[in-house]
Design a protein around this ligand. Sequence first.
Ligand code: C5P
Length: 253
Amino acid sequence: MARRKKVYEGKAKILYEGPEPGTLVQYFKDDATAFNAEKKDVIEGKGVLNNRLSEFFMNGLNAVGVPTHFLKRLNMREQLIRSCEIIPLEVIVRNVAAGTMSKRLGIPEGERLPRPIIEFCLKDDNLGDPLVAEEHIIAFGWASQQDLDDMIALALRVNDFMCGVMYGVGIRLVDFKIEIGRVWEGDFQRLVIADEISPDSCRLWDIETNEKLDKDVFRRDLGSLTDAYTEVARRLGVMPANSAPLGKPTLVN
Ligand code: C5P
């Protein structure tokens, strides 16, 4: 079989050239990193779970008319996506105070915010993805005012969809990060949700117990990350079908 051309390798995913022009294959690795890769580990099964969960969320978004780069899942670790030009900003939506917002502003973790708050961070590992103001984005040309308006509208639609889906399975969507890309259709550009949506990029707390079911389990050494992600997948009914169980083996008599 011909070797595929690697287009990009990130901390948790690899992009390969796709089978047709304008497509890419997105491969989910088991690597986990936190604090700008200061903390690292390989967590067996994480890539498989994130591939399935991201497929689930992106399919749902496509179905309700929020455009994404997702085309189809190819196998346990890979999905076919539309190639797009990633806008160099991380878009964070927060419903409940947590993480860097709590640290920066002294708001206790868990305090419900008066409305969803959107933040932008510049995608630059060397700078530690700093928070930037809309003024910076426009002045430095990372996105236009029209892009920004469209990004905010998209982010709020993703938030409404994700909050509803997660609420339905007893999970509070505390916050999440998305990336947005441009696709060109003739002379027109359209913005689409890109990258991934998974427990790596969201904070998910059990509504009853506030148990963390997301990457904070790894960041804060709170237990098994695969158990947490498997619980999210189980509640959503997207457990990998024909894969080996990720937990302990069970004896069959
Ligand atoms: O760390 P912070 O509180 O700013 O993170 C907000 C949300 O964005 C969290 O859900 C976190 O998982 C996500 N995030 C991410 N990738 C980053 C930074 C934050 O997925 N580089």
